[in-house]
Design a protein around this ligand. Sequence first.
Ligand code: FES
Ligand SMILES: [Fe+2]
Length: 419
Amino acid sequence: MSVMHGPSKWASLIREEHVHGSLYVDPAIFEAELEKIWYRTWVYVGHASEVPQPNDFVMKSIGPQAVIMTRDSAGRIHLLLNRCSHRGNQLCLTRKGNARSFTCPYHGWSFANDGQLRAVPYPSGYEGVDKGGLGLGRVPRIDSYKGFVFGSFAAQGPSLEQHLGAAREAIDRLVANSPEGEIEITAGFLKHRVKSNWKFLFENETDGYHPQFVHASIFSVADSRIGGLYGAKSTAVTRYLGDGHSENDLRPEFRRMGNRLAWFGTFAEKFPDYVSRMQGAYGADKADQIMIDGTPHIMVFPNLFIAEIQIFVLQAVAVDDTVQHVTALQFKGAPELNRRMRQQTMGSVGSAGFLLADDAEMYERTQRGVQSRDPEWLFLGRGKHRERVDEQGFLVGDVTDEVASRGFWKHYRSLMDAE
Ligand code: FES
Ligand SMILES: [Fe+2]
């Protein structure tokens, strides 16, 4: 497609501390984002543990594109597009399973799980036709980090390692909470659809300003101390990690408390097996530090939100339509912890959960509100005057400051400006 907006257009919509409301509501801008972001950069698709056995497959997505993540019989993972190469019918209608091949329901073409066309009914009708050129479409680049599988529709471009940049360290921090150094995505997904632009969700995930207000009810019902971590007096920080990624780093507060598993609202004494496995794996001091620090709260551009005990995968479907795919994290070798992960996930982001529903309401109200004509701009200047650079060279602000949003928009503009 032709992209309608040249560099000057983006410069006129995105300023240092302001962004124009049309960025969230203009369908032409969404189309341009598909080309410049969703079909170009690395996008999180799924986790290797979702296809553990040869011939396993699971349905995933990259924005509006349906993707079948398969593991072939040799163990290699593929990202195939769910479109028959004959006349375009949807090939796979099952959410997950185990299959060596996929047969199209329309005229019966069948494809191996590495995407090759395997057989066609009544083959004499295709005499002289090269079957090699009729395989399934695929996401041209695929790579993974610590089991997290990403795809890029751009045949060339930065490596996944370059794209993830500083986010890799946060993923390392996450998997370290398993005594075996691995996470698994095995708890099943909940899907939440919101009539809102994906960027409202993205920006909200590391917005440390809203929890005290939007989530006041769950904090009071659950008698949780999490709310206080996002207050004006909190020593937690919001950090822009570059390349669009950002985090709310709550470790300063957890270190001040100094209690193992306080980040999880519990006590190490309740999980003796976990504690001894962690100490066996890392040594007592390092294990204790990991258990005090907890898991990260990080938004990986453009669609993977690691939220302490869950992951949220954002799927941009249309300018005002976004699906969040949510699942509890599971830590290999930590069954007691995993049970609590699942229970808390149901309580916070389940169908009757207290947390996600509150955010979802804000997403939809903001989508409606931003369509008002005046004022035209959103203001993202909170904490600009007190932004600082930390010892590793990252921009940080107080936890309630809008450092992450400003970083996001800078990165967004660089991608949209690119040829
Ligand atoms: S469209 Fe799939 S076999 Fe014809
Ligand atoms: Fe929230």
